[in-house]
Design a protein around this ligand. Structure first.
Ligand code: SF4
Ligand code: SF4
Length: 103
């Protein structure tokens, strides 16, 4: 299933902020960022900052090491194409940058 489908769904469903938050929280529980070498404790010892593919850039991670997103079950389910969401932005943001030719 194309990843854009999920973002489209979130947008077109007209989710309330609470519902959208619920979707994000569900994704966070399945996210494996906190075991990634790029993940930093500044992003939250309890892994508060996660699911960057959906929420976009981390507020503090600024160095890229390795990205485990391709091994994340959620990534496979959503058909994600990009990586390093914590430093490069969400799937949609990276996709839009690709379309308009900005890297
Ligand atoms: S694809 Fe990456 S950022 Fe998204 S939930 Fe999985 S590990 Fe987290
Ligand atoms: S988005 Fe990728 S690089 Fe960043 S912490 Fe998650 S798995 Fe690691």
């Amino acid at each position: 299933m194309p990843s854009d489908y999920f973002e489209l769904l979130l947008t077109t469903l007209n989710l309330t902020p609470e519902e959208r938050e619920m979707v994000i929280e569900r994704r966070k529980t399945r996210c494996i960022c906190d075991i990634c070498p790029t993940y930093r404790l500044c992003a939250g010892e309890e892994g508060e900052e996660r699911a960057f593919c959906t929420v976009g850039l981390s507020a503090c991670i600024d160095t890229e090491d390795e990205c485990l997103c391709s091994t994340c079950p959620l990534s496979r389910e959503m058909g994600l194409r990009y990586s390093f969401y914590c430093t490069r932005g969400s799937e949609n943001q990276q996709h839009i940058r690709d379309i308009i030719g900005i890297r």
